[in-house]
Design a protein around this ligand. Structure first.
Ligand SMILES: Nc1ncnc2c1ncn2[C@@H]1O[C@H](COP(=O)(O)OP(=O)(O)OP(=O)(O)O)[C@@H](O)[C@H]1O
Length: 256
């Protein structure tokens, strides 16, 4: 469903992503791993249209999305979360979701001034959609709470819900389990599995927590210094000498 062909991203003289080709199949959990600075976040930014590649092509269900801006890529079905999500701290969880959804609605100032039928319809749809996303991620009980009052783990779930509220086909999750405890990590793994099983989504995640990746991912791509050095099942990647060398060859987050 997502095909990346020979994609390179240069920042000045540095190849943050270097000639990477990979294919992610629909309905699978794909993981991207690699030492710090390997190019993982840049790779996500390229897929989601935040960066344009220096060369190469990105195809989503056969459609060339290489040069599209991020809002159009999102409309075509690529949802994502970031390492840190900026939420409106003094607004409720539900309102944060509704604002996220509104970015996709058509009503303009005129609709607001006359409180048009379209606006009312869209408001209700946004609210329903937001509640549905909150239910899916298990946050119904905190829908009315302010963001500032919820836990770190709940914030992360809000980020998931925001990504889901855009009706994606594929979700890119940037370190979804960073900063949460082992028990909560298990909960996030289950949530990702549920996205695939119940919503038929394709998941692509960047993660440093190896235990989680090894038990969760269907396929793993390993980046190092911008290059794809390996890909395969967790079993294949775990036993690949090139991967072992990349992780043990001096990068400090090896077994994180
Ligand atoms: N906007 C930018 N301008 C210049 N250099 C950048 C930019 N973004 C990333 N880089 C560089 O590209 C390389 C890859 O960075 P990237 O953040 O993609 O790695 P990463 O694998 O996501 O790392 P981490 O695990 O630490 O988040 C790094 O050397 C980084 O300094």
């Amino acid at each position: 469903m997502l095909k990346v062909e020979n994609v390179t991203k240069m920042f000045g003289g540095l190849a943050a992503v270097s000639d990477v080709s990979v294919e992610f199949e629909a309905g699978r959990i794909n993981a991207i791993i690699g030492p710090n600075g390997a190019g993982k976040s840049t790779f996500f930014n390229l897929i989601s249209g935040l960066h344009q590649p220096t060369s190469g092509r990105i195809l989503l269900d056969g459609v060339d999305v290489t040069s599209l801006p991020s809002d159009q890529v999102a409309r075509l079905g690529v949802g994502r979360t970031f390492q840190t999500t900026n939420l409106f701290e003094q607004a409720t969880v539900l309102d944060n979701l509704i604002v996220g959804h509104r970015l996709r609605t058509k009503s303009g100032l005129w609709d607001v001034l006359i409180n048009s039928k379209r606006l009312q319809r869209e408001e209700k749809a946004a609210r329903d959609k937001a509640m549905e996303a909150l239910e899916f991620v298990g946050l119904t009980s905190v829908a009315g709470q302010l963001i500032t009052d919820i836990t770190q783990e709940e914030r992360k779930r809000v980020a998931f819900a925001l990504a889901l509220a855009t009706d994606p086909k594929i979700v890119l999750l940037d370190e979804p389990a960073a900063g949460v405890n082992p028990e909560e990590t298990v909960g996030f793994a289950a949530l990702m599995r549920k996205m695939v099983d119940e919503k038929g989504l394709t998941v692509c995640l960047i993660e440093h927590k190896m235990d989680m990746i090894m038990s969760l991912a269907d396929k793993i791509m390993v980046l190092d210094h911008g290059e794809k050095i390996a890909e395969g099942t967790p079993e294949e990647v775990r036993n690949n000498p090139v991967v072992i060398e990349a992780y043990l060859g001096g990068d400090e987050d090896a077994a994180a």
